[in-house]
Design a protein around this ligand. Structure first.
Ligand code: GAL
Length: 437
């Protein structure tokens, strides 16, 4: 294995650095049938044919995993609240659900972990989906009302908020590739209109949270992937890689940076000045590099294909498509591309699907080395959240892709630490020792 982050330089991580793990409600809680992902599963759309079932059983016992996280020395944990539990039917609020989240946040604080709460991580209540999801004209107001409830209920326990997780993944997979609900393909204009509503919802939530909480730290999580032309000698592939990079990586972020409307609405004179500047930090989710190439045999994906050359390091492959090349150097590219915001940066997700833990230790060590180098150069990095703590339900791949530092048997709920859990724990420990803790 390559050398780890240099022994003595771990103090480069600031004392308040958030050493975290990241999760999301639908993937870990289990037993909820009230969102569009449960419906998608019932329609047989999970490629592996798996069922989420109890997931990691967090709704009943998240504390079991919180104990394990504490043992790893983690001092921050990112989770999301499930809108479909909190507002099970439109306008009706479930106080018990909010209480359960209060319990979870208490449990984290009691274990020395700082909670980072995401308000929307891919799932919509069925009632919102029935109205058209984020295409519904009143979706931003509905989200603002939901935000108000959540912050009023949890605001004494948490000040770090993420409004939306990966709006670019939500829209690209839901409206262009048809891989996520609502399963639409090639709907460019709808994608743009949905993005616009997500931006309005984000903007409203940003202001609402600040209205309710003076010291709130609010941002969103932007997925970033590195795209390279499949055949660098092909002008078409070069154009394609650049086009996908712009549309995917800069979608959403650009509107927050300078108030432009999402492409192609901006081409028709639309703008979104109210979105400009609505973040206190930029959250980045980074996993992989993909080659983009034209392929006439891929009409399903608009005649392009995303591939990984066979000689590149890779975790496990998805049921139908490769997950991506493990390329820790890309983290720097991701961070660089949001420099213009001039805001603190949190890596809110980073990881690799790797059931046998073949390359995860290397991914963790190399990614954190990248972060050390950037910190030395003065980049304002405030946290790193590994995706994920425990194997969980990986959307349309089901249980097929395993991202956990901890291995889970979903049938027995038995857990086993993977070697990389120790790798991560050791890095955290060295960094904290550097600060005399
Ligand atoms: C992200 C997503 C997570 C998780 C992860 C691993 O895109 O936010 O929920 O699924 O990918 O693929």
């Amino acid at each position: 294995m390559d050398k780890g982050p240099e022994e003595n330089s771990n103090h480069i991580f600031p004392a308040r650095f958030a050493w975290g793990v990241a999760t999301s409600s639908h993937q870990v809680e289990g037993g909820n049938l009230n969102n569009q992902w449960a419906a998608w599963e019932q329609q047989g759309r999970i490629k592996s044919g798996d069922q989420a079932g109890l997931a990691c059983d967090w709704w009943r016992n998240a504390e079991r995993d919180f104990d394990l996280a504490q043992q790893l020395g983690v001092n921050a944990l990112r989770l999301s609240v499930e809108w479909s539990r909190i507002e099970p039917t439109e306008g009706q609020w479930n106080a018990e659900a909010l209480d359960r989240y209060r319990q979870m946040l208490f449990a984290l604080l009691a274990r020395g972990m700082r909670p980072f709460v995401t308000l929307h991580h891919f799932t919509n209540p069925l009632w919102l989906e029935a109205k058209g999801g984020w295409a519904a004209p009143d979706s931003p107001q509905l989200f603002e009302r939901f935000t108000q409830r959540v912050v009023a209920a949890l605001g004494d326990l948490c000040t770090d908020w993420t409004t939306f997780n990966e709006p670019n993944v939500y829209t690209s997979l839901g409206y262009f590739l048809g891989e996520f609900p609502p399963g639409r393909r090639g709907r460019f204009m709808q994608l743009a209109r949905v993005t616009r509503n997500l931006l309005l919802a984000h903007t409203a939530a940003y202001h609402k949270i600040h209205e309710l909480q003076r010291d709130a730290n609010v941002g969103w999580a932007q997925h970033y992937a590195v795209f390279k032309p499949q055949r660098p000698e092909s002008a078409l592939d070069r154009w394609l890689a650049e086009f996908i990079h712009r549309r995917f990586n800069q979608n959403f972020a650009d509107s927050i940076l300078d108030g432009r409307a999402p492409f192609p609405l901006n081409q028709f004179g639309d703008s979104l000045p109210e979105a400009q500047g609505t973040c206190d930090y930029v959250g980045i989710n980074y996993y992989s590099r993909l080659r983009a190439g034209f392929n006439l045999r891929s009409p399903k994906t608009g005649f392009f294909q995303l591939t990984v050359p066979p000689n590149k390091p890779q975790g496990d492959s998805g049921v139908e498509v490769p997950y991506g090349e493990a390329y820790p150097e890309g983290l720097r590219r991701a961070v660089d591309s949001f420099k213009a915001f001039n805001k603190p940066i949190y890596i809110l997700e980073n990881g690799v699907p790797d059931r046998d833990d073949r390359i995860r230790p290397w991914v963790i060590q190399s990614s954190l080395e990248q972060m050390q180098t950037m910190l030395r150069e003065g980049v304002d990095l405030r946290g790193y959240f590994h995706w994920s703590l425990t194997d969980n339900f990986e959307w349309n791949e089901g249980w097929h892709l395993r991202f956990g530092l901890i291995e889970l048997d979903p049938a027995t709920q038995e857990r086993k630490l993977r070697p990389s859990a120790q790798v991560y724990a050791d890095i955290i420990k060295r960094s904290r020792n550097g600060h005399g803790k």
